[in-house]
Design a protein around this ligand. Structure first.
Ligand code: CA
Length: 223
């Protein structure tokens, strides 16, 4: 059974979300402040965090920053009334995985929760399935650790998922749309350059040769 942490100070919203999630077989915990969200997320095991940005004390963006900084890779979906592009971008850059703007329909939230939990746990008990590699690059899907030539590389949760997608499709040309779909699972505005930005991050961290640009088509990771 998947456990979800709801960090939300509006009791009405928190209980609405909790009720819906429980009815769909999830277990939940609610915290009303950013500080408590960090403590509980680091102390306990959750499969997903639903995070309001406008939290008292510690803002949701600070919560993401602190959790990712402490190595917590639990998927985070931001819930917020702020329909602000910059908040969205900041949230993603800090390591959030998805974004739902209030007011939202519960079905939409549920679909996103399920997608995130599925992407986060593609692994089964067989350890063979938990390690992916391409040349010198090795990903441990269980610990979410990446190494290149046995040297650990720090990747954000989004970067990790992107590189995982490339390895799973090595030698295939992946279009920006396919990568958005696999990694972001989100309706980006057409022309969004988020894929190019993240490929840039990966090249910087893993070596420029690792991902090839296929002009007019997308990107490819040669095996
Ligand atoms: Ca709030």
């Amino acid at each position: 059974m998947s456990r979800i942490l709801i960090a939300e100070d509006e009791l009405r919203v928190a209980t609405f979300v909790e009720k819906g999630l429980k009815a769909n077989g999830f277990t939940t915990a609610i915290v009303p402040t950013g500080h408590e969200a960090i403590l509980l997320a680091l102390d306990d095991t959750f499969d997903l965090i639903l995070l309001d940005l406008g939290l008292p004390g510690k803002d949701g963006l600070l919560v993401i920053e602190e959790l990712r900084g402490q190595g917590c890779s639990t998927p985070i979906i931001i819930l917020t009334a702020r329909d602000d592009v910059q908040d969205k971008v900041n949230g993603f850059e800090l390591g959030a995985d998805d974004y739902v703007t209030k007011p939202f329909r519960f079905e939409e939230l549920l679909a996103r929760v399920r997608t995130r939990i599925r992407t986060y746990r593609p692994l089964q008990s067989d350890s063979q399935d938990c390690v992916l590699s391409c040349g010198e690059l090795v990903l441990d899907l269980r610990t979410r650790l990446a190494t290149i030539s046995d040297r650990p590389v720090e990747l954000s949760s989004r970067e990790f998922t992107l590189v995982e997608t490339f390895i799973r499709h090595s030698n295939q040309v992946m279009s920006r749309e396919q990568l958005l779909d696999h990694v972001w699972g989100y309706d980006y505005a057409p022309g969004s350059n988020v894929v190019d930005v993240y490929v840039g991050y990966l090249r910087k961290k893993l070596g420029a040769h690792l991902i090839e640009t296929v002009r007019g088509m997308g990107y490819r990771m040669p095996s």
